[in-house]
Design a protein around this ligand. Structure first.
Ligand SMILES: Nc1ncnc2c1ncn2[C@@H]1O[C@H](COP(=O)(O)OP(=O)(O)O)[C@@H](O)[C@H]1O
Ligand SMILES: N[C@@H](CCOP(=O)(O)O)C(=O)O
Length: 291
């Protein structure tokens, strides 16, 4: 029997749609796998009632199939589903790492990324790997069709999760099909700035590079109170604010001493918009860990 903890993740980080991702130090899913003749899945924890235990519909089922590794699987959810915090990816990443070890498949962490991404296709229709990559390798990651590159950093974050659900599948429907050259140039500049910021562990530079004129404005419309929450976070000292993944979590990057004030300001701003929320005071952290 093997138990693996895989973290929540924040994808896109604004300027890196379907490419950038970051592992969060918390929250996390804990997945236990044990060899079996046929696969069975049990889910407990946050939002478990919304998660199918049918292997055909759960993200870990696709990982079992890809690794040809039938198992009795228990998923203890710490990452709420439909959160924009890579909930579906956390389970898939933990299962990929656990089953790879249980069956001695010998894949490297990087090789497990496209395998775990097959789970994302089950829930959103697209095997986007920007959540599973940081959930497996940790830190800040850049994932393209040719592979994953990561850098370790501990940049402080606040992830404010409102008490509403946005499914990634639905939020992908509002992504524009085209972008102007002006917006492309702005996005490339921001993405490059953010990447340098991550390499230097510099929250100010990361925040400066988070803006995205193409996808984020469309996603923000799906989140009640987004503009006020963003403004409140900046007023409290955030260096950058964006939609986490497909939303509804709003992500702020900051210097550590400002983190508590920003968390409180974001929760208050959501409350003023009539939405309950909880803020995780966290940082970029490590990937899946065998316990
Ligand atoms: N192991 C799993 N963990 C979380 N959600 C899962 C899992 N397997 C299937 N799902 C489904 O995936 C959807 C949530 O995924 P998604 O919309 O991508 O949100 P998130 O941003 O939290 O990953 C829900 O419909 C949920 O039932
Ligand atoms: N690149 C994807 C990321 C979805 O992240 P999630 O945490 O909301 O599942 C997208 O933006 O659709």
């Amino acid at each position: 029997m093997i138990t693996v903890r895989a973290p929540a993740t924040s994808a896109n980080l604004g300027s890196g749609f379907d490419t950038f991702g970051a592992a969060l130090a918390r929250p996390a899913d804990v997945v236990t796998v044990e060899k079996a003749e046929t696969t069975s899945i049990e889910v407990t924890g946050v939002g478990a009632q919304y998660i199918p235990e049918d292997p055909e519909k759960n993200t870990v089922g696709a990982v079992v199939e890809a690794l040809d590794a039938p198992a009795e699987i228990h998923i203890d959810k710490g990452v709420r589903p439909a959160s924009g915090l890579g909930s579906s990816a956390a389970s898939a990443a933990a299962a990929a790492v656990g089953l790879n070890e249980l069956y001695d498949r010998g894949h490297s962490r990087e090789e497990l990324v496209p395998i775990a991404a097959k789970g994302e296709a089950v829930v959103s229709g697209v095997a986007h790997a920007d959540n599973v990559a940081p959930a497996i390798v940790g830190g800040f990651t850049v994932t393209t069709p040719t592979g994953t590159h990561g850098v370790d950093t501990g940049v402080p974050l606040v992830a404010c999760l409102p008490d509403v659900a946005v499914s990634t599948r639905d939020a992908r429907r509002v992504v524009p099909e085209t972008a102007s050259m002006e917006d492309v140039v702005e996005t490339v500049g921001n993405a490059a700035t953010l990447t340098i910021g991550m390499c230097r562990s510099d929250p100010a530079l990361v925040g400066e590079g988070m803006d995205d004129p193409v996808v984020t404005p469309e996603r923000a419309r799906l989140i009640t109170g987004y503009d006020d929450v963003r403004e409140a976070a900046f007023e409290a000292g955030a260096a950058g604010v964006t939609v986490s993944g497909a939303g509804p979590t709003v992500l702020a990057v900051c210097e550590e001493p400002r983190r508590r004030h920003i968390a409180a300001a974001m929760v208050d701003a959501f409350a003023n918009a009539g939405v309950e929320s909880r803020a995780y005071q966290t940082r970029i952290g490590r990937g899946a860990t065998v316990l």
